[in-house]
Design a protein around this ligand. Structure first.
Ligand SMILES: Cc1ncc(COP(=O)(O)O)c(C=O)c1O
Length: 426
């Protein structure tokens, strides 16, 4: 068979009448193998996005790809459909319920399509419980929060944040007092998207109490997309737990755990879900999720990943990520580059490179004058050394003439972390 041009390879090409099924499969396998090589190369330069690329062990589940699996409806109601993984899903949910400290008979939850769906579900429960509530979420929130406010037509107050990325509690207080005659629905971020900061749940609850909000006048959703697997290991940071008056908490499965497909987990109090739960006769289950059909494979992948790693394995991975993040921060500092790393975070902020090709090569995420690297378990010291070598060499070219200077990051990460020509001397 003649070799097709690259563009044609991505197109869906109708099978030829004179081509055998075997020839067709051989040809497709060749394209997939080439694409696999491309992905392997990209994974070895994957620094800026919060996904763990150490996924090889999940190949152990490949035999399940021969089945079409759907966990439609409530995970706790198996229904008549047999092609599901709900028993494994409940195993995963029980693991998270234990981690986030809620009794088995007090929680409901499900495996979602990712952190965004967890937020959609959590804020919906808050809105159903407190229909006149105002949504409060910090300016560092993931974009899904602002989209959710628009989708649900909710009044939304954006709370300013500190240079670290953490919510500014004084601003929260000011805004709560402006709307003190209306209930509050608060999104607490457990690992902000860009700076990896932690909103302090205890201070948020204290602020609500100070402003005169009783527990039936507020609902808290914890967006733990990034750190949901991790925060319970840390005693230096406020504990995110259902022992405190929160309504729901969600995490992404593809981020720290590195499931090969996007997924997540949402846990909420049973009492909260009743408001949205409806019995649907023809699926012989309850509808209490955002999606209808739900990916049955992702429950298996989470179950498999948790069984392989266990809590201790996740803790070990995270400690290594923290060590590598501090290594990168120190090397950047030593090279005279503006940088910031929050105390218990794996997200290193530094100056935005002025070269799009470089950004694409290392797959960095950029915002205003900043770029960040998310140290996930696949990011080794060797990879960081290659990156640093490349960055320092390129900076010599970008800033050689002296006409263009490295950006000032004082406003974004604080004067003490800024190494621009104005602040380095100070
Ligand atoms: C804090 C936070 N919340 C929610 C999300 C959305 O998660 P997902 O991409 O799994 O939908 C992200 C993604 O980066 C995030 O950082």
């Amino acid at each position: 068979m003649a070799k097709l041009s690259l563009e044609k390879r991505f197109a869906v090409v109708e099978p030829n009448d004179d081509e055998s099924a075997v020839e067709r499969l051989d040809y497709l396998t060749k394209i997939v193998t080439e694409f696999e090589e491309h992905l392997a190369e990209r994974a070895s330069h994957y620094l800026g996005y919060p996904s763990n690329q150490n996924c090889k062990h999940f190949v152990g589940l490949s035999q399940l790809l021969q089945f079409n699996i759907n966990n439609c409806g409530d995970p706790f109601t198996e229904g008549d459909l047999g092609m599901h993984t709900k028993k494994f899903e409940v195993g995963v949910l029980d693991w998270f319920a234990k981690l986030w400290e809620i009794e088995k008979d007090e929680y409901l939850g499900y495996v979602t399509n990712g952190g965004t769906e967890g937020n959609l579900h959590g804020i919906l429960l808050g809105r159903e419980l407190l229909p006149n509530g105002v949504l409060y979420t910090s300016q560092e929130s993931h974009y899904s929060l602002f989209k959710i406010a628009r989708m649900y037509r909710m009044d939304c107050e954006t709370i300013s944040s500190l240079a670290t990325g953490e919510m500014d509690y004084a601003d929260l207080k000011r805004k709560l007092l402006i709307h003190k005659d209306r209930p509050a629905i608060i999104n607490v971020i457990v690992g902000t998207t860009f700076k990896g900061a932690l909103d302090d749940l205890d201070i948020v609850i204290e602020t609500l109490e100070d402003c005169g909000f009783s527990q039936n006048q507020f609902y808290i959703h914890c967006d733990a997309a990034m750190f949901g697997f991790i925060t319970p290991f840390l005693n230096q940071v406020p504990k995110y737990t259902f022992k405190k008056p929160i309504g729901s908490m969600s995490v992404s499965g593809h981020k720290f755990m590195g499931t090969p497909m996007p997924c997540g987990v949402q846990i909420t109090r049973k009492s909260r879900v009743n408001s949205i739960s409806q019995s649907i006769e023809y699926i012989s289950s309850l509808d209490n999720t955002i999606a209808g059909s739900r990916n049955g494979h992702s429950s298996m992948f989470l179950w498999y990943g948790l069984n392989i790693k266990g809590l201790k394995g996740l803790q070990k991975d995270f400690e290594e990520c923290l060590r590598n993040a501090r290594y990168l921060r120190d090397c950047l500092k030593d090279a005279g580059i503006s940088t910031m790393l929050n105390e218990m975070s794996n997200v290193v902020i530094f100056e935005r490179p002025p070269d799009h090709e470089f950004v694409r090569h290392w797959q960095l995420q950029c915002l205003r004058k900043m770029a960040h690297i998310v140290i996930m378990p696949h990011v080794s010291i060797e990879m960081l050394d290659k990156f640093l070598h490349n960055l320092i060499k390129k900076r010599g070219i970008w800033y050689e003439s002296g006409k263009v200077e490295p950006p000032c990051l004082a406003e974004d990460i604080g004067i003490c972390n800024c190494a621009c020509s104005l602040h380095a001397k100070g």
